[in-house]
Write a protein that binds this ligand. Structure first.
Ligand SMILES: Nc1ncnc2c1ncn2[C@@H]1O[C@H](COP(=O)(O)OP(=O)(O)OP(=O)(O)O)[C@@H](O)[C@H]1O
Length: 258
């Protein structure tokens, strides 16, 4: 499966009202790798991720998106929900639900209509809450959690889907440095087990640890390629107006103030 494409967008145009959010985007995201989508505020990163997840209403966009070689629209809804997991920014989740039940929502694509959760569902939810270190507040409602605690519950929910492809929009928002590191280890573990992860990230030094990078600017993709490539580093420096420099420190690529 190495060398295969998990998600592909061709000639993607997204328009809301009179505003063009994406102008003819073409991306090919490798399977079993971690892709980071980066770029300045307003570049269209979240718009692209939402389009890849099929979350834009059909009206307002043109182009084609394929998930594992099949057009998104051709996927039966439940199969797609089991194959592609989504973690958005500021997601609307009932604030009254306790964390455990929020994570259980990730198991819905695996459950027959109106069936109670199975023993397997409970096992997966417990494991995911432990992975994101959110087990201790499993009984607390989302509304009572801090931003970072809430983010770890939402991450556990995305993991509980056990999807082949995971899309995450700014998953590190509100996470403290140790939990950012944990997130990166979780992603590397997922990739090692054959999953594909695509994340929009502002934390460039973490994005630089990914396998593949999509660099966006003004509703277009300026560059996509292997993260460690010099051409990728040059594109990053360009979109951030040369106000950052990419340098290697103790064997790791880092973004430093320019
Ligand atoms: N619902 C909307 N209606 C009109 N314009 C929108 C809408 N959503 C986003 N935009 C605009 O589209 C552009 C791209 O937005 P998007 O959220 O995709 O950017 P982004 O790269 O994810 O930005 P950030 O890093 O700030 O999160 C921005 O200029 C934004 O103002």
């Amino acid at each position: 499966m190495h060398g295969a494409t998990a998600l592909q967008a061709r000639d993607l145009f997204v328009q809301i009202g009179k505003q063009n959010l994406l102008h003819g985007v073409n991306v090919q995201l490798p399977a079993q790798q971690w892709t980071a989508i980066v770029g300045p505020n307003g570049a269209g990163k979240s718009t692209l991720l939402r389009a890849l997840a099929g979350l834009h209403p059909r009206k307002g966009w043109q182009g084609q998106v394929e998930l594992l070689g099949q057009p998104l629209a051709a996927w039966p809804v439940k199969d797609r929900a089991r194959t592609l997991s989504w973690m958005g920014q500021n997601e609307a989740v009932s604030q009254e639900l306790c964390s455990y039940d929020v994570v259980m929502l990730g198991r819905l694509p695996h459950q027959p209509w109106l069936a109670p959760p199975s023993a397997q569902d409970h096992m997966v939810v417990e494991a995911c809450l432990h992975t994101t270190q959110a087990w201790d507040w499993r009984h607390r409602p989302l509304a009572e959690l801090s931003g970072g605690e809430r983010q770890r519950v939402l991450l556990a929910r995305a993991l509980a889907v056990q999807a082949q492809v995971l899309l995450m929009d700014e998953p590190l928002a509100n996470l403290d440095p140790p939990h950012q590191s944990e997130w990166m280890d979780t992603v590397k573990g997922l990739v090692m087990h054959g999953h594909t992860v695509v994340s929009v990230l502002h934390e460039l030094s973490i994005a630089l640890q990914s396998d593949h990078m999509v660099v966006m600017q003004a509703g277009a993709v300026l560059h996509q390629g292997a993260t460690h490539d010099v051409t990728t580093h040059a594109a990053l420096e360009t979109v951030f107006d040369r106000r950052i420099r990419i340098r290697q420190i103790e064997g790791m690529w880092m973004a430093l103030p320019g």
